[in-house]
Design a protein around this ligand. Structure first.
Ligand code: HEC
Length: 238
């Protein structure tokens, strides 16, 4: 049985457990891992705990049903966010070229995602070890999952989205790998010598002096979607 009690344990997920991310049918096993309790501020609120438990009992819901619903909701929200970002990005590239689109992403990527966060009441973000925007670097819990997705990509294993319990079980962390799908991304995230055009590279350097999001190829792990879904909101949907 997998069980980790401290945050440090989770960061060093052994390889066997990383492989667990490959199948959706097994995500429940990994969700036993206790990712929460990293600080006193994250202690479970008894009120929320009681409310969720009462609602679960009234509706006769099992933990498995809740995890499954969180997975369905997470898939739907992350697809919506992905589509909105991609259609805005494609439109910006068509209208303003890559350099103009870079500025568009710089100004609009975060607001687009934040609007969706507010709409659904779910904290949505993209995170990466090699982030362009430093705000997108992973938390400790996210790092363990990114490592697992990275392992799968490097070993040719298809990753499925994953659900983890965090913050004492009050929140479900939905994650989904973002793999570079096409050469379109490489104009801004490819090799700085021959794939990113010189003028564009200057712009990236001036807007993002600590940029790490270059040197990718098609099929590489670019990062992941990370959604903090309140358990209470999932129970309300059922
Ligand atoms: C026009 C240039 C451009 C193109 C094309 C582009 N990106 Fe980006 N990307 C950016 C910029 C700029 C940011 C930083 C946005 C911000 O400041 O929030 C970014 C950020 C990201 C992030 C968030 C993590 C980070 O590095 O901060 C991911 C994930 C990402 N891009 C994936 C992709 C994928 C996948 C594609 C292809 C489908 C793609 N990008 C195409 C410019 C681009």
């Amino acid at each position: 049985m997998l069980k980790f009690n401290t945050c440090t344990d989770i960061v060093d997920l052994p390889i066997d457990q990383k492989l667990i991310l490959m199948k959706r049918s097994t995500y429940i096993i990994i969700s036993i891992i206790v990712l929460a309790a990293c600080g006193p501020q994250e202690r479970v609120s008894k009120d929320v705990f009681d409310q969720v438990n009462n609602a679960m009992e009234a509706k006769k819901l099992s933990e498995a049903q809740i995890t499954q619903e969180a997975m369905i909701w997470g898939d739907s929200i992350s697809n919506e966010a992905q589509q909105q970002l991609m259609s805005s990005l494609h439109q910006a590239v068509e209208e303003k070229g890559y350099a103009g689109a870079l500025e568009f992403c710089n100004v609009n990527a975060a607001p687009i995602v934040n609007d969706l966060s507010n709409k659904h009441g779910v904290e949505i973000r993209r995170t990466s070890f090699r982030a362009r925007n430093q705000n997108n670097l992973p938390t400790e819990a996210e790092s363990a999952l990114l490592e697992a997705y990275q392992y799968n990509v490097e070993n040719g294993i298809q990753s499925e989205p994953n659900i983890q319990k965090i913050e004492g079980g009050d929140v479900l962390l939905y994650t989904k790998a973002i793999v570079i799908p096409s050469e379109f991304c490489l104009a801004c995230h490819g090799d700085s010598e021959n794939e990113i055009e010189a003028g564009l590279l200057n712009k990236i350097d001036s807007l993002y002096p600590t940029d790490l999001a270059r040197g990718f190829s098609v099929g590489n792990l670019r990062g992941m979607w990370s959604l903090k879904i309140p358990k209470k909101a999932v129970v309300n949907r059922l």
